[in-house]
Design a protein. Sequence first.
Length: 676
Amino acid sequence: MVVLKNLHQELSRFRLRVLAAGAFVLFCFGLLVARLVWLQVIQHDSFAERAESNRIAVVPIVPNRGLIKDRNGVVLASNYSAYTLEINPEKVIDLDGTIEALGQVIDIQPRDKRRFKRLLDEAKHTDSLPIRTKLTDEEVARFTAQRFRFPGVEIKARLFRSYPLGEVGAHLIGYIGRINQAEKKAMDEWEEEDIANYRGTEYIGKLGLEQAYERELHGTTGFEQVETSAGGRAVRRLDHKPPTPGNTLNLSIDIKLQALVEQLFGERRGALVAIDPRNGEVLAFVSKPSFDPNLFVDGIDADSWRELNEDIDKPLLNRALRGTYPPGSTFKPLMAMAALNSGKRDPRTVIMDNLTFSFGGRTFGSPETDRPGPKDMRLAIVSSSNVYFYSLANEMGVDLIHDQLEPFGLGRKTEIDVQGEVTGDLPSTEWKRRKFKRPEQQKWYAGETISLGIGQGYNNFTMLQMATAYATIASGGLRFKPRLVRDVEDVVRHEQRRIASDALPPLPLKPADVAIIHNAMNGVTLEGTSRLAFLGAPYQSAGKTGTAQAIGLKAGEKYSSIKADERKRDHSLYVAFAPLDQPRVALALIVENAGFGSMSAAPIARRVFDYLLAGLYPSEEDIAKTQLGQTFAPIGTPRRAADVPLPGTAGPGAALPASAASAASAASAPASGASR
């Protein structure tokens, strides 16, 4: 009985265990079924989409960047294709080992490794990064044969930017570079449509027109939908939308003129801006020294960057846009215009010039080359009388000078179509209160007004501002915002969108007053300080030389150009417009630390006018002499501008069309009148 009872108990426990096990199995199956329902029914769409995304990849296709051309169709910025060796860090187990192994197949220099490390530190995404660019066909073949050894490493065909003329026009064209973290952060604030358009884009305009017209030049990104294997390699293309190339910028710049001016400057520092006073188009926009923008396209190496950044001549400084200088005597015609417009002085009023002007116990002097005697307004401009304009500044006062000349574009941004312009300084009592912090510095003293009359003191302007001001005088009061781009060309639709210079309200200048200034500035070229530079010119022009102090002098201190350090010598300036009867070009230029304006600046202006108005190009000998500031009038037989080719091209993948057409033909009669 006991045995039967124990057996019954064992069977009962066994049944309970079987029942529990069965219930557990059923529960587990229930969980599996529930999970299956969750995955296959409830989450079906989501996981199907994820599975499809694993199978299908959407690859952005970066568009060709738009071209930049000068007014005659010469290509200044283009693109070329080259192979790049790239590494995806997330797909490489031993990065350093892989790079060393790659170095046995393809030449990888230490600078390539440094650039890759920098990009790796900056990268916040998993895209591939270049370890070597611009591979040769032989290098591509060597890597392809051994590609199986390098998972996560591949060769891609990339478009690279090229600047065929190298340093010529670098400051106005600018350059592109890899997008940095600050720019990525700024791009996060863009509209969603714009952000989507920049997917896959790694380079962006950094300076000049490349930066200012980035959206026009970039184009529209396309895409390619491809089916991929489990290893991530493309198997076949499923869909494709081609990218739309960026638009072409057609500039108002004559690059042949630009190259000529840069050549005439030689190794000297300075800037020149030439503007068409009829519409505000910029014909030349020169800053010297320059730099090669091709250095920046693929990421500038540390040695080249250090050389540019630490160069005492500051080649990265855009002197035409950001360099401010005292205008010296080139300010005097503007002072005369302000006096006439305000009615402060009659042009026939005669001032006795005794070479000194006394005010408040201080004596303001004149250069040793000045001649004493009675002078009216015209003679004061032609002879560049300091005393005449000392007295005029004293009569007008700083605020009237400011109010009369600010509308000409001085002391404020011209709003040219590139970024980075500075305002310069056109002083006033209010300006000084804003400029300085201490109360004793904020007060304007009457004695400070005197030196303003001859373009010294607090006066500081860019050559862009001075060229704009004289374009207004040349046109009799017409004003425009200067423009570098004439039109934007849609290369797909073959349509051109004209970008007209914004016309500002004209200044109410009296024609008789304008004629007085024109006549006086013409006298400067016929009998004044620039007469030798314009001797025999086949046109009449108006101009004014200027010599501006680079450093301040103590009371009683004498300046000696021979004893002064080269970088402390006076600046050489010239402002001009031509032809006299119907001006088509107005310019302002400075040659830093080069002395008298008649010696260094005026001869460059002569070459510009010869090119634009007479279709003439200086001889090689004349160019060499001009670079040294050793010539006034042309000494060699000038060449036809149409017969002189553009400078040699620079940069990989560079290709240029035929050189620019000839400049405008001669339009004015030879100058007449006495010279001395």
